[in-house]
Design a binder for this molecule. Structure first.
Ligand code: ADP
Ligand code: MG
Length: 342
């Protein structure tokens, strides 16, 4: 008979990594979200060979205390929640305390950090889950994470990595969605030593719309309507594309719930209904929308990668979204479109 035994911690982390670390862009997502949670105002992402050779994310956030570096890469260790109640009200992007443990178990990993209020930086290296001792290092206030040779010890996963260009395209798409989520943060993306994107911090609505235009196309502003409406403890703001900006594919739809990009059934249905009588069958609207509501009203602990959420009051959210968007689009029905072209 086979005997039951506990799994070694490295193997546990590699199994957990299988859930969230699907490809290089998943690593970038986890690292950039950590930078955002650390209050960074500037985030630099450097990629080599589509992320297979190197992913480096550098931020100017709050940093990690030297004695906490090993905890940062330990599984189920987080600074973001401490109780079930916190989980119910989570406002940060992370809370599972799993990402760094997972990533560092399937790559050659280094975490270098300096707390804002100190002048000593430390670097911790982890090689396929094996921790080295932290050493003093040079680093400005903030944190850098380096992930080299992703999946070098997980051949099955490595096989699934696509061409460099394809993997980089996924990373670029991800960065676009993060840049739209946080207009106030500066983002830089480079591939193989060449700068690919530079998004300077957007200080006002006009600058934010410029960032939107860089992602959805330069003609989007002239073909969209500004939405900003609050009711029932919720706020919906952003830009909805006019029927003229519709697409044959649903590839320009950005919907954020409390700063997190989500794909949600309730949201999709409300949007579809709002557009129902202004769009031809088979056309998909383009939009960038931000829904803000009390974190207690939305459960983000639905899926490890957190692409999904569950609203506690689905009906209420659905009706709020539908009414707000329907109202905004009423102008297009009346044929008196007033766009935001500048
Ligand atoms: P989670 O984000 O769910 O807490 P992670 O494994 O992603 O789990 O990170 C573990 C911890 O490491 C975080 O809770 C945070 O305290 C710290 N950390 C990770 N990345 C950064 C960063 N860029 N800046 C500051 N602290 C960080
Ligand atoms: Mg995290």
């Amino acid at each position: 008979m086979p005997v039951i035994r506990p799994l070694p911690p490295e193997l546990i982390n590699q199994i957990a990594a299988g859930e969230v670390i699907e490809r290089p862009s998943s690593v970038v997502k986890e690292l950039v979200e950590n930078s955002l949670d650390a209050g960074a105002s500037r985030i630099e992402v450097e990629i080599e060979a589509g992320g297979a050779r190197l992913i480096r994310v550098r931020d100017d956030g709050g940093g990690i205390a030297p004695d906490e570096l090993p905890l940062a890469v330990a599984s189920h260790a987080t600074s973001k929640i401490g109780s079930f109640d916190d989980l119910e009200h989570v406002a940060s992007m992370g809370f599972r305390g799993e990402a760094l443990a997972s990533v560092s178990s399937v790559a050659r990993f280094a975490l270098t950090s300096r707390r804002r209020e100190t002048d000593a930086a430390f670097r911790l290296e982890v090689d396929g889950g094996k921790l080295q001792a932290a050493r003093p290092a040079q680093h400005p206030p903030g944190t850098s994470v380096e992930v080299r040779d992703l999946f070098y010890n997980v051949p099955a996963r490595k096989k699934f990595m696509r061409a460099e260009r394809t993997e980089f395209a996924h990373i670029d798409d991800l960065l676009k969605s993060l840049a739209l989520a946080r207009g106030g943060v500066e983002f830089r993306l480079a591939h193989n030593g060449k700068p690919v994107r530079i998004w300077k911090a957007a200080r006002d609505e006009q600058a934010q719309l410029q960032r939107v235009a860089e992602v959805l196309g330069e003609d989007f502003p002239a073909q969209s309507l500004r939405v900003d409406h609050a009711a029932a403890g919720m706020r919906l703001s952003g830009w909805v594309g006019l029927p003229t900006a519709s697409r044959s594919q649903a590839d320009q739809q950005y919907f954020y719930v409390n700063g997190r990009l989500v794909r949600d059934r309730v949201v999709a249905h409300a949007v579809r209904q709002a557009y129902a009588d202004v769009l031809f069958h088979g056309r998909h609207p383009a939009f960038v929308l931000y829904l803000e509501l009390d974190p207690a009203g939305v459960d983000v602990n639905v899926h490890p990668a957190k692409h999904e959420v569950r609203f506690r009051e689905q009906r209420l959210v659905h009706d709020f979204l539908f009414r707000t968007l329907h109202e905004a689009l009423a102008q297009t029905r009346a044929g008196q479109v007033e766009s935001h072209a500048q």
